[in-house]
Design a protein around this ligand. Structure first.
Ligand code: HEC
Ligand code: HEC
Ligand code: HEC
Ligand code: HEC
Ligand code: HEC
Ligand code: HEC
Ligand code: HEC
Ligand code: HEC
Ligand code: HEC
Length: 398
C-alpha cells in the first residue's frame, strides 16, 4: 500500500525526519497500521497539501499534552484491542491518570513522563521485546533519563539518586548480571503506569509481594505495631528502598554495623535479642565451617565422605532459614532453626572425624602388616640361605 508520508518524511531533515527502519519495525506498522492511524491525513496522496489535509483528519502537531489521549483512543478501547490481541491489557491510560505523572500532566506540567517518553515514538516495540525501552533490562535507564538528571528535576525538590542507588543494589545485580527476571526494576515496584502493583496499597509494601516469608514473620513481630505507631515502613526502614545491599550477620548484634542500635540501647529487650540472635547464627556458621574442614581433610586422604558432605548442605539450609527467621524478632524462633542445623553439622563432623580415625587405623594396620610381611620375607631369606649353606656343606662333604 502506498505511504507517501513515509516516502517524503524519510527525506526531510530533523525534526521532520522519520527513520524508515525504525518505522517499519514499529509494532503498529507490523500490525498493519500506518502514519495516518495516529496523525490522520491521506497517505495515498503525493501532494503534501492533499496528504496533510485537515479535511482528511490530519491533526498537525501532536503536543505532549495530547499524547496520552491519542494513545488511549485505541489502547483503552477493549473491543478494538481484543481484535488484535485478546491478552493485551487496556488499563494503561486509566492507570496513568492515577500516577504522579498523569496527575501533574492534567495540571498542565508537560515535563512529566508521557507515553512516548517511556515507549518511544516511531519505533515502539512490544514490552517483551528485549530491545524495547520498557523491557525489564532497560526500564531503569528509561526512567533515569529524567530522574537522574538534577537539572531537569530541580524544580521538584526530589532526590535524583534512585538510578545510582538501584544500580548498586542486590536487585539490579540479580536482574542485570544474572538475568533473573524475577528481581524488581523501577516499574515493578512503582507500577508500569503509575498505580502501585496489584494488592499493594503503597509502594512501601511492595517487598511483601516477593519476600513472602519475611513479611509474614514481620507481621507477627513486636515491630509491626511499634513501626506503625512511629509511621515507619516495614522493610524499607531497615533495608532502604533503592540501594538494598547484601545482608549479613553484622547487621544484627551490637557492633558498629548493627541496624538494631539505631533504635535500641544497651539493656533493653531489642538489644538483648540482637545479641542472642547474632550469637546463634555465628555459632551455627562456625559449626558448619569446622565440619567442612574435617570432611575436606578426610576427603584428601581418599576416604569416602560423600554422604556426610551432602548432609552438611541441610545445615546450610537451616542457616538460611534461621536468617529468614530473624524477621520475627524473637530469638526462640531463630534458635529452633539453629538447633536443627547444629545437630546436622555435629553429625557431619563426627562422620568426618570417624573417617579420619579409620584412615589412621588402616594406616597402622598397614604398617603392622608391612612389618609382619617384612619379617616373614627376611625369615624366608634367612631360611633359604641356611638351606643353601646346608646343601653346599653337603656337596663339599661328598
Ligand atoms: C511531499 C512531502 C510530504 C508528504 C507526502 C507528507 N508530508 Fe508531512 N510534512 C512535510 C513537510 C515539508 C512538513 C513541514 C511543514 C512545516 O514545517 O510547516 C511536514 C509536517 C508534518 C508534520 C508536523 C506538523 C506540525 O505542525 O508540526 C506531521 C505530523 C506530518 N508532516 C505527518 C505527515 C503524514 C502523517 C503524512 C501522510 C498522511 C505526511 N506528513 C505527508 C512533508 C510531507
Ligand atoms: C502510534 C502513533 C504514531 C504513529 C503510527 C506515527 N506517529 Fe508520528 N508522531 C506521533 C507522536 C505522538 C508524535 C509527537 C512526539 C513527541 O512530541 O514526542 C509524532 C511526531 C511526528 C513528527 C514530528 C512532528 C513535530 O512537530 O515534531 C513527524 C514528522 C511524524 N510524527 C511523522 C510520522 C510519519 C511519517 C509516520 C509514519 C511512518 C508516523 N509519524 C507514525 C505518533 C505516531
Ligand atoms: C513511566 C513510563 C511509562 C509511561 C509514561 C507509559 N508506559 Fe506503558 N509501559 C511501561 C512499562 C515499564 C511497561 C511494562 C513492561 C513490562 O510488562 O515488563 C509498559 C507496558 C505497556 C503496554 C503493554 C501492555 C501492558 O500494559 O503491559 C502498553 C500497551 C502500554 N504500556 C501503553 C502505554 C500508554 C498508552 C501510555 C500512555 C497513556 C503508557 N504506556 C505510558 C512504561 C510506561
Ligand atoms: C490506531 C490505534 C492505536 C493507536 C493510536 C496507538 N496504538 Fe499502540 N497498538 C495498537 C495495536 C493494534 C497494537 C498491537 C496489539 C497486538 O497485536 O499486540 C498496539 C501495540 C502497542 C504496544 C505493544 C504492546 C505489547 O507489549 O504487546 C505498545 C507499547 C503501544 N502500542 C504503545 C502505544 C503508544 C505509546 C501510543 C501512542 C503514542 C499508541 N500505542 C497508539 C493500536 C494503537
Ligand atoms: C520525561 C521525564 C520522566 C521520565 C522518563 C520518568 N519520569 Fe517520573 N517523574 C518525572 C517528573 C518531572 C516527576 C515530578 C512530578 C512531581 O513530583 O510533581 C516525576 C515523578 C515521579 C514519581 C513520584 C515521585 C514523588 O514522590 O513525588 C515517581 C515514583 C516516578 N516519577 C517514577 C518514575 C518511573 C518508575 C519512571 C520509569 C518507568 C519514570 N518516573 C520516568 C519525570 C519523568
Ligand atoms: C524494590 C522496590 C523499588 C525499586 C526497584 C525502585 N523503587 Fe523507587 N521507591 C521505592 C520505595 C519503597 C520508595 C519510597 C516510597 C514512598 O516514599 O512512598 C521509592 C521512592 C521513589 C521516588 C520518590 C523520591 C525518593 O527517592 O524517595 C522516586 C522518584 C523513585 N522511587 C523512582 C525510582 C526509579 C527511577 C527507580 C529505578 C531506577 C526506582 N524508583 C526503583 C521502591 C522502589
Ligand atoms: C519483584 C520481586 C521483588 C520485590 C518487589 C522485591 N524483591 Fe528483594 N529480591 C528479589 C529477588 C529475585 C532477589 C535476589 C535473590 C537472590 O539473589 O538470591 C532479591 C533480593 C533481596 C535481598 C537480598 C537477599 C540476599 O539473600 O542477598 C534483600 C535484602 C531484599 N531483596 C529486600 C527487598 C526489599 C526491602 C524490598 C522492598 C523495598 C524488595 N526486596 C522488593 C525480588 C524482589
Ligand atoms: C526504627 C527503630 C527500630 C529498629 C531499627 C529496631 N527496632 Fe526493635 N523495636 C523498636 C520499637 C519502637 C520497639 C517497641 C518498643 C520496645 O519494646 O522497645 C521494638 C521492639 C523490639 C523487640 C521486643 C522487645 C521487648 O522487650 O519485647 C525486639 C526483640 C526487637 N525490637 C529486636 C530488634 C532487633 C533484633 C533489631 C535489629 C535487627 C531491631 N529491633 C531494630 C524499634 C526498632
Ligand atoms: C529491624 C530491621 C529489619 C527489618 C524491619 C527487616 N529486616 Fe530483613 N534483615 C535484617 C537483618 C539484620 C538481616 C540480616 C540477617 C543475617 O544475615 O544475619 C536481614 C536479612 C534480610 C534478607 C536476606 C536474608 C533472608 O531473610 O533471606 C531479606 C531477603 C530480607 N531481610 C528482607 C526483608 C523484608 C522483605 C522485610 C520486610 C517484611 C525485612 N527484611 C524487614 C533486618 C531487618
Amino acid at each position: 500500500m502506498k505511504n507517501s508520508c513515509l516516502e517524503c518524511h524519510t527525506l526531510l531533515p530533523p525534526p521532520m525526519n522519520v527513520d524508515p527502519e525504525q518505522a517499519n519495525q514499529d509494532i503498529h506498522t507490523q500490525k498493519g497500521l500506518s502514519c495516518s492511524s495516529c496523525h490522520g491525513g491521506d497517505p495515498s496522496q503525493d501532494d503534501p497539501l492533499r496528504a496533510m489535509d485537515p479535511a482528511k483528519g490530519f491533526r498537525g502537531k501532536i503536543t505532549r499534552q495530547q499524547i496520552p489521549k491519542l494513545c488511549a483512543q485505541c489502547h483503552s478501547d477493549a473491543a478494538y484491542i481484543r481484535g488484535f490481541n485478546p491478552s493485551l491489557r487496556t488499563d494503561q491510560y486509566s492507570q496513568y491518570l492515577t500516577s504522579r505523572h498523569g496527575q501533574r500532566l492534567s495540571q498542565g506540567d508537560t515535563r512529566v513522563a508521557v507515553c512516548t517518553d517511556c515507549h518511544g515514538v516511531h519505533g515502539i516495540r512490544p514490552a517483551t521485546d528485549t530491545r524495547s525501552t520498557v523491557h525489564p533490562l532497560h526500564v531503569a535507564e528509561t526512567c533515569a533519563r529524567c530522574h537522574a538528571d538534577p537539572e531537569y528535576m530541580k524544580a521538584y525538590g526530589l532526590p535524583t539518586s534512585q538510578f545510582d542507588d538501584y544500580r548498586n543494589s542486590v536487585h539490579h545485580r540479580a536482574l542485570a548480571e544474572r538475568g533473573d527476571l524475577s528481581a524488581p526494576t523501577c516499574s515493578t515496584c512503582h507500577g508500569n503506569h503509575g498505580a502501585a502493583p496489584p494488592g499493594v496499597a503503597a509502594v512501601e509494601f511492595v517487598c511483601a509481594t516477593c519476600h513472602v516469608f519475611q513479611a509474614q514473620l514481620f507481621d507477627g513481630s513486636p515491630h509491626k505495631a511499634a513501626f506503625a505507631v512511629m509511621g515507619l515502613p516495614a522493610c524499607v526502614t531497615c533495608h532502604g528502598n533503592h540501594r538494598i545491599t547484601e545482608p549479613n550477620d553484622t547487621m544484627l548484634g551490637t557492633g558498629p554495623e548493627s541496624l538494631c542500635l539505631r533504635c535500641h540501647t544497651e539493656g533493653d529487650g531489642g538489644y538483648q535479642a540482637a545479641e542472642q540472635m547474632q550469637e546463634q547464627l555465628l555459632g551455627l556458621a562456625r559449626a558448619i565451617e569446622q565440619a567442612q574442614q574435617v570432611l575436606d581433610r578426610a576427603e584428601q586422604t581418599g576416604m569416602e565422605v560423600g554422604q556426610p558432605k551432602l548432609e552438611l548442605g541441610q545445615a546450610r539450609d537451616a542457616l538460611t532459614k534461621a536468617r529468614v527467621a530473624i524477621h520475627g524478632f524473637q530469638p526462640d524462633r531463630v534458635l529452633a532453626e539453629v538447633q536443627t542445623g547444629l545437630e546436622v553439622a555435629r553429625a557431619a563432623q563426627q562422620a568426618g572425624t570417624k573417617a579420619l580415625e579409620e584412615y589412621d587405623f588402616r594406616r597402622l594396620g598397614l604398617a603392622i602388616s608391612l612389618v609382619l610381611i617384612l619379617s616373614v620375607v627376611i625369615g624366608l631369606r634367612l631360611y633359604l640361605k641356611q638351606l643353601e649353606a646346608n646343601s653346599q656343606k653337603r656337596s663339599n662333604a661328598s
